[in-house]
Design a protein around this ligand. Structure first.
Ligand code: FE2
Ligand code: FE2
Length: 307
């Protein structure tokens, strides 16, 4: 599995700020190798002290309640898998800024908090199936909770807006990818950590149709996070639509995206396999391309108020 570490020099349209409002890079900064080197050398060693994620606040309880909720009760229904995932999660430690961001979302934007924890558990489940040398790589694989870290730079009014976004608001929302990359580079002192790359690239697509750089995404771990991210976004409450997608329709959306070459079949198949009560192997799951689902009504996603 190769990591896509390509650095795309880009000009920031919005500032990158810490949760406490300190500007790390102002709007207009060029994101060059030199900028990243300066960020890494300014990296705050005082925050290196880490704490177990599962012992933080109500994280463990919230993850267990996720396992009880459809469709995740089926997805995670395999006792050996769940106990291994929980044990893996118990090894994860994060520095204070990551845990502070979880607390921030828990109090200000609960769906984003639950989404972060869900992606944490779900990406471990799928990585167990697909990533070669999974056990040796597990410490870098557990990057789920930080994929949307950059959303601390997006105003809550935008994250929680129920009407279509303006073009400017959409650009500000998309900024969470680069912002997450910059922030995690700074906090982890490494622009090539998988967590920073996942934060930057989880909205990129395999055929180059994603953002922020429109690259042809090829890294397996980024792909796992990207597909889990779309799946959870479809089946969970979101401010921009009254109802979530039902599970069948969500899996159909992923199937169509794989047919278009936007995301990879391997991850879609693994998710479908975990959705089957019979639990076929991730390579044996049969994908139905028959369209039976109905997308929810009144969905503002992708619609612009001025576009
Ligand atoms: Fe995201
Ligand atoms: Fe996400």
């Amino acid at each position: 599995m190769e990591c896509n570490n390509t650095m795309h020099s880009a000009r920031l349209d919005f500032p990158v700020k810490t949760l406490h409002g300190r500007v790390l890079l102002p709007e207009g900064s060029e994101l060059t190798e030199e900028t990243l080197k300066a960020l890494v050398s300014a990296h705050p060693s005082s925050v290196l002290k880490t704490h177990p994620l599962m012992e933080h606040g109500s994280v463990e309880k919230d993850i267990f309640s996720l396992f009880d909720r459809p469709p995740y009760d089926i997805v995670f229904a395999r006792s050996d898998g769940v106990s291994e995932i929980v044990n893996t999660m118990k090894t994860v430690r994060f520095a204070a800024p990551v845990l502070d961001a979880l607390d921030y979302f828990k109090s200000q934007d609960a769906p984003t908090y639950h989404h972060m924890l869900t992606i944490f558990a779900l990406t471990i489940l799928i990585a167990r199936d697909l990533v070669p040398n999974y056990r040796r790589r597990v410490s870098e694989i557990v990057c789920g909770p930080t994929h949307d870290f950059g959303k601390i730079c997006v105003p809550l009014e935008i994250l929680k807006k129920q009407q279509p976004l303006t073009r400017e608001e959409l650009d500000q929302l998309k900024h969470h990818t680069i912002a997450g990359f910059v922030l995690l580079t700074y906090y982890f002192g490494d622009s090539k950590s998988l967590a920073a790359i996942v934060a930057r690239d989880h909205h990129e697509r395999m055929n180059g149709s994603g953002y922020p750089n429109g690259i042809r995404q090829q890294d397996l771990m980024v792909e796992i996070v990207a597909v889990c991210d779309i799946y959870d976004a479809l089946i969970s409450p979101r401010p921009y639509r009254r109802k979530s997608y039902d599970n069948r329709t969500a899996l159909e959306v992923l199937t169509v995206m794989a047919q278009k070459g936007e995301i990879g079949w391997r991850v879609v198949k693994a998710l479908i396999a975990h959705n089957r009560a019979s639990k076929p192997g991730c390579h044996e799951a049969v994908v139905s391309v028959e369209k039976r689902g109905t997308p929810p009504p009144d969905n503002c996603y992708g619609k612009l108020s001025d576009g």
